[in-house]
Design a protein around this ligand. Sequence first.
Ligand code: 4AD
Ligand code: MG
Length: 428
Amino acid sequence: MIHISEIAQHDGKEVEIAGWAYNMRSSGKLGFIQLRDGSGVIQAVVSKADVTESAWEAVQEITIESSVKVKGLVKKDDRSASGFELQAIDFSLLQKAEEYPIGKKEHGPDFLLNNRHLWLRSQRQRAIQRIRWGITKAIYDFLEQDGCVKFDSPILTPNACEGTTTLFEIDYFDETAYLSQSGQLYLEAGAYSMGRVFDFGPVFRAEKSKTRRHLMEFWMLDVELAFVNWEGNMDHQEALIKFVVQSILEKYSDELKILERDTALLEGMNKPFPRLTHAQAVAKLKELGSDIGERDDLGGDDETILTQQYDTPIFIEKYPSEVKAFYMKRDPEDESLALCSDMLAPEGYGEVIGGAQREDNHDTLLKRINEHNLSPETFQWYLDLRKYGAVEMSGYGLGLERLVSWMCGLKHVRETIPFPRMLNRLYP
Ligand code: 4AD
Ligand code: MG
């Protein structure tokens, strides 16, 4: 048995392929079956004259999504996507599928999401999941080359990372635990051990947001770099994104074509990403008609209109400290600002990365923990890191679904993750 992706190596030879039928037609003596096996698609042509009676009967019985096995001769066919077709000499039905609920007609998003377990088989959804994997792999490759070590932060935690309003709380025997919002704090302990580290896994936010950018469970890459300040942090993010974009353009052009992604925009990623301060961004937003206040966080709409002005990602740095997390170091030139940056993707996509230099002074950090009404006891271990050889350290968190959404040119993050968890959706 071979995979469809290997078909070219078997030109003129007899092979066996197993897969699912996603389309078929029959004309008296000939059956045409479109097959997919996950690695590719190919047309199998079955001629009544070439196969046994029972094989021909199986061809007549076949329904959409039936699982099948075909033995046949590989022949060049320039009209087909794979460049080949299969001239069948034997055909068998592994399981005849019941009437498939997803047809060619338009379905609403609710119907598709209720049938997410089946919707994943469609060509577009397959392309998205393959690109998601390609992005993950490129991230691993970049970080390995960069000397980062993967360090797996825990998911069950006694403390909040990104504020207490979006925590999923669970019973942990006779204690309370929370599902992690980001592995960052633990990753800092890893960076004090190994210098440059990352984690990559699911994180959880009980956010009552119903936007095209929010999920309750999503995958975050956290990176933590010792001896790096907030500017070096941005350099690292920029290099990572350029590497990932290049890798996807090289390896996933077929998938990008299926998604009708305008790759010219992705190809233009080689120039420097503009860096604006929060104050500059606010001024620009006001020119663009936003009513954002001087010290406000950027809202979703602000990010949309701002990033529509650019054809590469941009960084917004030095946000007012009151709209950012407790662990961010303040700007020594203006203590009211945080040494942080958000990377916003172009074309209206908005924030994909949030990062900052970390507060490295024990007493200042303790003060911030108290100011944010967090309990110093649960953060004792985190404070300890500042007692034993504190250094300049920075890091960032990248939302995988936001990046996939931008790379694939999708309207909503719900299609980027196999099983989206949203405000009103926990099924399937
Ligand atoms: O900006 P955030 O909240 O940053 C942190 O969690 C830091 N602790 C990361 C760090 O410094 N290591 O989240 C990081 C990224 C965002 O930029 C966004 O891309 C994504 O995570 N994100 C979400 N993606 C989908 N749904 C949500 N509800 C998201 N919230 C954040
Ligand atoms: Mg953020």
